[in-house]
Design a protein around this ligand. Structure first.
Ligand SMILES: C[S@@+](CC[C@H](N)C(=O)[O-])C[C@H]1O[C@@H](n2cnc3c(N)ncnc32)[C@H](O)[C@@H]1O
Length: 274
């Protein structure tokens, strides 16, 4: 029964692509959660230099560019699709652990590249700057991104893992923050948003306690021209839209990756005040 449904879904997906229609989520059903600690038989590069981005961003091969924005746990890809036309020269990557969901995003991007290229002759290569990998970001982030290569890292409506014994599965943790600080360049921004207040406090407190991150206010980011990114963070994702439909509240917390010498500067000031 399940197998027949899968075959049917695969056939429908193929038909959609043939007709260049946008994929429909109902053909990509999957369990709500995937265990980040289990072995998902994932393929991943041994190191960033082993990663071949040419099939992801064929229009950018000659530029030698690598992704600068990473959407961790991108779900159905709403943020990437919203940001792609705003930053047409910036490569963006979604990382998603669930098979069907990442397949949906991949099909969505292919369909958008094709249909938009036909309908928008003025800009012949839309959505070429956006792609997805099926990956466990909690295990393999530094396999994909070289040191300091990212300017933005997004954690939008991450799985809350409510029970205390499950907190270790949360995507923000002291160990993982070291990896995020490694791949983010100084001045780069971590955007987090959630509708779960306890998770918001958790993410904020862990980021604030980590020496290489400093909180940055929403107004300051807007003043720096990052308003469109913040708007997309609030409202472009499927989960964000669901929260809106349910009249839920959203909590945003953004942090800047700082230079280690700024930590020394802060320490010096502190010592002089003693
Ligand atoms: C609640 S959804 C939010 C999706 C999306 N960011 C949004 O706002 O609509 C969390 C997503 O993170 C994915 N995820 C959870 N752990 C992950 C991991 N370790 N690596 C990659 N994706 C993960 C889940 O499969 C799920 O699609």
């Amino acid at each position: 029964m399940v197998k027949r449904k899968r075959v049917q879904d695969a056939r429908q997906r193929q038909q959609q692509q043939e007709q260049n229609l946008l994929p429909q989520k109902r053909h990509y059903r999957q369990r709500a959660h995937a265990n980040p600690f289990s072995d998902h038989a994932l393929e991943y590069p041994a190191s960033p230099s082993a990663m071949d981005w040419s099939s992801h961003y064929p229009a950018f091969v000659s530029t030698g560019k690598t992704p600068e924005f990473a959407d961790v746990g991108c779900g159905f890809g709403g943020l990437l699709i919203a940001l792609a036309p705003m930053f047409p020269d910036t490569l963006m990557l979604g990382m998603e652990i669930r098979v069907q969901v990442s397949q949906y995003v991949q099909d969505r991007i292919i369909a958008l590249r094709t249909t938009s290229a036909i309908s928008n002759a003025a800009s012949p290569e839309p959505y070429q700057n956006v792609s997805i990998v099926r990956a466990n970001a909690m295990k393999f982030m530094p396999n994909y991104f070289p040191k300091h290569s990212l300017s933005s890292l997004f954690f939008l409506f991450p799985d809350p893992h409510f029970k205390a014994r499950k907190h270790k599965a949360r995507i923000i943790s002291p160990t993982l923050l070291a990896e995020y600080a490694y791949v983010l360049r100084p001045g780069g921004i971590v955007y987090t948003i959630t509708d779960v207040h306890d998770l918001h406090e958790w993410m904020k407190s862990h980021l604030a306690a980590f020496p290489l991150f400093e909180p940055v206010a929403e107004e300051d980011l807007r003043a720096q021209g990052k308003g469109p990114i913040i708007d997309a963070v609030y409202s472009s994702t499927e989960e964000g839209k669901k929260v809106e439909r349910n009249n839920g509240q959203k909590w945003l917390a953004c942090f800047m990756r700082i230079e280690p010498r700024r930590i020394l500067g802060r320490l010096n000031t502190h010592l002089h005040q003693e």
